[in-house]
Design a protein around this ligand. Structure first.
Ligand code: SF4
Length: 487
């Protein structure tokens, strides 16, 4: 067993120990990719890589949940300043070098530490105190090497334990617990211009920008993938495809007896999920999501038929591409479903939602009024411009297999009542509210296309961060600390 660290390490020294520990972990856990990746992400955010923290986090955001940060760096998918790009590539190369070094025949702890120091040009970057800490690490490494029996391999895991033990002891011996210390003030971010967007806009990208510019930056500038490959996203894709095909064959609920409709919908769901089988992480996950979809499909069909019986209608559009020019800015999107009332010819715009949606019509209306949701207003204007008489907007929840499908439905009226706290799923929305959303869409499109984009401030609404995919990468959010040296 190697000796442990002295118990009086300061925060900078602890940071260095954590960095070295993470790099050792990458070598130790090469066989457990996720664990290795967690360590790589922490190391990427350490101050020894030469990367500004904002760039490290942009790389992490672009990597999403599954992709390795090294792969994101290799793909060059994050626009970085030249120095940052060089530092990022050096980091990725260093991970490779370190993994190779650990596997080399007869490598010693001291040699491994030297590889770390060389890979990151560490010695030049450390201050006096950190250098002393690194010297202590070297002494520990030398002690570890001296105790090894001939033929024994360098045991990095044991070395990591010694570091961790020393770090924990330091933590305990401090009179003020780490958690209660005031956070160090963050240095202000440098402005980082990004290319202007002369392109098509989507209502959802503008909604993201309106809700949190930083999230928009992660999603659309870094090309970060929102929840890449998650079972939730494949569930949504498979369900949408199945409904598109189902309504292509059955645009009306009276086109066949209920049992035939059910069998057909089950078949389309089965085929669609089968198509995505390989995308789910495990076969158990696939099976769970497929069954969830089949149960939700039953509820969906019940609603579809009941609604038809109450007011017969025909599905006239599925995954309909919509385009709209708003004051010279091009918008595009796809409407999941368009229903035309048999008696009046009025059209309902239907959007399927396999994720979370507002719980009541008033809550959705509130999002439109706060100018953070443009999807249904955009579909309204796009289909009206295409000649439809759109009178109703609907969000159909397809997430919860345990609940009846109860869509959020808003009838479009010239002026709606003042907003209330009603929990009803049906309500009204004023044309004036939709017009305001349209004006805001143009304003945001102009901001994205014409104005310099240099800063991406975070939202000031903390509730927007609750389910943000990029929370881990966002410097304004408390980063999930899996750093075992910090606790
Ligand atoms: S965590 Fe919050 S502030 Fe950060 S990107 Fe997400 S929504 Fe914006």
């Amino acid at each position: 067993m190697v000796e442990s660290l002295p118990g009086e390490l300061g925060a900078p020294a602890l940071r260095l120990v954590a960095f070295v520990g993470d790099l050792l972990s990458i070598a130790v856990h090469g066989y457990a990719p996720q664990y290795k990746e967690d360590a790589a992400r922490r190391a990427l955010c350490a101050p020894y890589t030469g990367l500004p923290l904002a760039d490290s986090r942009a790389i992490i955001a672009a990597s999403g949940q599954r992709r390795a940060v090294a792969a994101t760096i290799a793909a060059d998918s994050v626009p970085l300043a030249h120095e940052s790009a060089v530092a990022a590539r050096r980091f990725a190369r260093a991970l490779d070098d370190l993994t190779r070094a650990y596997r080399a025949q007869g490598v010693t702890a001291s040699e491994y530490l030297k590889t770390i120091a060389l890979s990151f040009g560490l010695i030049e970057k450390l201050d006096e105190r950190e250098r002393r800490t690194f010297a202590t690490l070297e002494a520990l490494a030398a002690a570890s090497d001296a105790k090894r029996l001939p033929g024994d391999a360098f045991n990095a895991e044991e070395f990591v334990s010694a570091l961790e033990h020393g770090a924990k002891r330091t933590h305990r011996e401090r009179s003020v617990p780490l958690e209660r210390r005031p956070l160090a003030a963050r240095e202000p971010e440098a402005a980082r211009p990004v290319p202007r967007r002369k392109t098509h806009f989507s209502a959802s990208s503008l909604g993201t920008f309106a809700e949190c510019e930083r999230r928009w930056y992660y999603r659309y500038v870094c090309a970060a993938v929102d929840d890449p490959g998650s079972s939730a996203s494949f569930y949504g894709t498979a369900f949408h495809t199945a409904l598109e095909r189902f309504h292509e064959e059955f645009p009306r609920a009276d086109a066949a007896p209920l049992d035939v409709l059910q069998r057909k919908l089950d078949g389309y769901l089965g085929t669609s999920f089968e198509h995505h089988r390989g995308d789910f992480e495990t076969s158990v996950e696939f099976e769970l999501q497929r069954r969830r979809a089949l149960r939700t499909g039953q509820r969906y069909l019940t609603w579809f038929v009941e609604r038809f019986r109450a007011r017969p209608f025909t599905v006239i559009g599925r995954e309909t591409a919509v385009e709209l020019d708003l004051d010279g800015y091009d918008f595009i999107g796809f409407v999941d479903r368009l229903d035309r009332d048999d008696r009046t010819g009025n059209v309902t715009v239907v959007d399927y939602k396999t994720g979370t949606i507002p719980e009541s019509a008033e809550r959705y209306r509130d999002k439109v009024a706060r100018l953070v949701d443009f999807q249904l207003p955009f579909y309204y204007f796009a289909r009206t411009a295409a000649g439809d008489r759109v009178t109703r907007l609907a969000l159909v929840p397809l997430k919860d297999a345990g609940r009846d499908v109860a869509p959020i439905e808003l009838e479009v009226v010239p002026h709606a009542e003042h907003r209330s706290h009603s929990d009803a799923t049906t309500g009204t929305i004023g044309l004036d509210e939709l017009e305001r959303a349209r004006a805001k869409m143009t304003e945001l499109a102009a901001a994205l296309a014409d104005a310099p984009l240099e800063r991406f401030p975070p939202t000031d609404d903390p509730s927007a961060c609750a389910y943000c995919t990029y929370a881990n990468a966002c410097r304004e959010r408390p980063q999930r600390r899996e750093d075992r040296f910090g606790h």
